[in-house]
Write a protein that binds this ligand. Structure first.
Ligand code: FES
Length: 127
Protein backbone atom coordinates (compact mmCIF):
# COMPACT_ATOMS: atom_id res chain seq x y z
CA UNK A 1 0.00 0.00 0.00
CA UNK A 2 1.43 3.36 -0.96
CA UNK A 3 -0.30 5.44 1.70
CA UNK A 4 1.56 6.32 4.85
CA UNK A 5 -0.41 4.99 7.75
CA UNK A 6 0.48 5.72 11.34
CA UNK A 7 2.42 2.93 12.96
CA UNK A 8 -0.40 2.06 15.36
CA UNK A 9 -2.75 1.32 12.45
CA UNK A 10 -0.20 -1.03 10.91
CA UNK A 11 0.31 -2.68 14.27
CA UNK A 12 -3.42 -3.28 14.82
CA UNK A 13 -3.75 -4.60 11.28
CA UNK A 14 -0.87 -7.03 11.68
CA UNK A 15 -1.64 -8.04 15.26
CA UNK A 16 -5.38 -7.52 15.70
CA UNK A 17 -6.54 -7.33 19.31
CA UNK A 18 -9.57 -9.30 20.49
CA UNK A 19 -9.61 -11.33 17.28
CA UNK A 20 -11.71 -14.46 17.05
CA UNK A 21 -15.12 -15.74 18.07
CA UNK A 22 -16.80 -15.68 21.46
CA UNK A 23 -18.63 -19.00 21.43
CA UNK A 24 -21.35 -18.02 23.91
CA UNK A 25 -21.77 -14.44 22.69
CA UNK A 26 -25.09 -12.73 23.51
CA UNK A 27 -25.08 -10.98 20.14
CA UNK A 28 -23.25 -11.58 16.89
CA UNK A 29 -23.49 -9.21 13.92
CA UNK A 30 -21.87 -9.12 10.55
CA UNK A 31 -21.70 -6.02 8.41
CA UNK A 32 -20.00 -5.38 5.12
CA UNK A 33 -19.02 -2.51 2.91
CA UNK A 34 -21.15 -2.95 -0.20
CA UNK A 35 -18.62 -1.15 -2.36
CA UNK A 36 -15.84 -3.68 -1.82
CA UNK A 37 -17.32 -6.65 0.05
CA UNK A 38 -14.99 -6.26 3.04
CA UNK A 39 -16.62 -7.27 6.29
CA UNK A 40 -16.43 -7.36 10.06
CA UNK A 41 -18.20 -9.76 12.36
CA UNK A 42 -18.60 -8.75 16.01
CA UNK A 43 -19.20 -10.97 19.04
CA UNK A 44 -20.46 -9.35 22.21
CA UNK A 45 -21.29 -10.30 25.75
CA UNK A 46 -23.15 -7.94 28.04
CA UNK A 47 -23.42 -7.52 31.76
CA UNK A 48 -26.58 -5.46 32.15
CA UNK A 49 -25.89 -2.35 30.10
CA UNK A 50 -22.15 -2.86 30.00
CA UNK A 51 -20.14 -4.55 27.24
CA UNK A 52 -18.32 -7.21 29.24
CA UNK A 53 -16.58 -8.90 26.31
CA UNK A 54 -16.12 -8.14 22.63
CA UNK A 55 -14.21 -9.73 19.80
CA UNK A 56 -14.20 -9.57 16.03
CA UNK A 57 -13.35 -11.40 12.88
CA UNK A 58 -13.13 -9.90 9.45
CA UNK A 59 -11.52 -9.49 6.14
CA UNK A 60 -10.69 -6.28 4.40
CA UNK A 61 -8.53 -3.25 4.02
CA UNK A 62 -6.09 -2.06 6.62
CA UNK A 63 -8.30 0.79 7.83
CA UNK A 64 -11.42 -1.32 8.36
CA UNK A 65 -9.61 -4.10 10.20
CA UNK A 66 -7.40 -1.82 12.30
CA UNK A 67 -10.46 0.23 13.18
CA UNK A 68 -12.26 -2.93 14.34
CA UNK A 69 -9.30 -3.96 16.48
CA UNK A 70 -8.98 -0.52 18.08
CA UNK A 71 -12.71 -0.22 18.61
CA UNK A 72 -12.89 -3.48 20.55
CA UNK A 73 -10.24 -2.11 22.91
CA UNK A 74 -11.99 1.24 23.20
CA UNK A 75 -15.45 -0.07 24.12
CA UNK A 76 -14.70 -3.10 26.25
CA UNK A 77 -16.15 -2.49 29.72
CA UNK A 78 -18.12 0.59 28.64
CA UNK A 79 -21.83 1.28 29.11
CA UNK A 80 -23.86 0.93 25.92
CA UNK A 81 -25.26 4.48 26.22
CA UNK A 82 -21.72 5.83 26.11
CA UNK A 83 -20.80 3.65 23.12
CA UNK A 84 -23.88 4.73 21.16
CA UNK A 85 -22.66 8.32 21.43
CA UNK A 86 -19.41 7.57 19.54
CA UNK A 87 -19.18 9.49 16.26
CA UNK A 88 -17.06 9.77 13.13
CA UNK A 89 -14.98 12.27 15.01
CA UNK A 90 -14.19 9.71 17.74
CA UNK A 91 -13.22 7.13 15.12
CA UNK A 92 -10.91 9.64 13.40
CA UNK A 93 -9.36 10.46 16.76
CA UNK A 94 -8.96 6.78 17.60
CA UNK A 95 -7.15 6.12 14.30
CA UNK A 96 -5.08 9.29 14.51
CA UNK A 97 -5.75 9.97 10.87
CA UNK A 98 -7.81 12.42 8.79
CA UNK A 99 -9.74 10.48 6.18
CA UNK A 100 -11.58 11.25 2.96
CA UNK A 101 -15.15 10.02 2.44
CA UNK A 102 -14.24 6.63 0.91
CA UNK A 103 -11.71 5.76 3.62
CA UNK A 104 -14.12 7.07 6.25
CA UNK A 105 -16.60 4.39 5.16
CA UNK A 106 -13.89 1.78 5.78
CA UNK A 107 -13.12 3.25 9.19
CA UNK A 108 -16.79 3.44 10.21
CA UNK A 109 -17.67 -0.14 9.25
CA UNK A 110 -16.91 -1.59 12.71
CA UNK A 111 -18.76 1.20 14.56
CA UNK A 112 -21.81 0.83 12.31
CA UNK A 113 -21.78 -2.92 13.05
CA UNK A 114 -21.36 -2.23 16.76
CA UNK A 115 -24.36 0.11 16.83
CA UNK A 116 -26.45 -2.61 15.17
CA UNK A 117 -25.26 -5.14 17.75
CA UNK A 118 -26.19 -2.86 20.65
CA UNK A 119 -29.58 -2.01 19.17
CA UNK A 120 -30.30 -5.67 18.66
CA UNK A 121 -29.25 -6.42 22.26
CA UNK A 122 -31.41 -3.61 23.66
CA UNK A 123 -34.46 -4.72 21.69
CA UNK A 124 -33.91 -8.35 22.73
CA UNK A 125 -33.62 -7.24 26.34
CA UNK A 126 -36.82 -5.18 26.26
CA UNK A 127 -38.91 -8.07 24.89
FE1 FES B 1 -13.26 -2.25 1.76
FE2 FES B 1 -11.98 -0.46 3.10
S1 FES B 1 -11.69 -0.97 1.01
S2 FES B 1 -13.67 -1.57 3.80
Amino acid sequence: MSEDFPRCILDHYKRPRNYGEIKDADITVKDSNRLCGDYVELYLKFDGNRISAISFKGQGCMISQASASMLTELVKGKEVEEVLKLTKHDVTKMLGLELGPVRMKCAMLPLVALRKAIESYLSKKSR
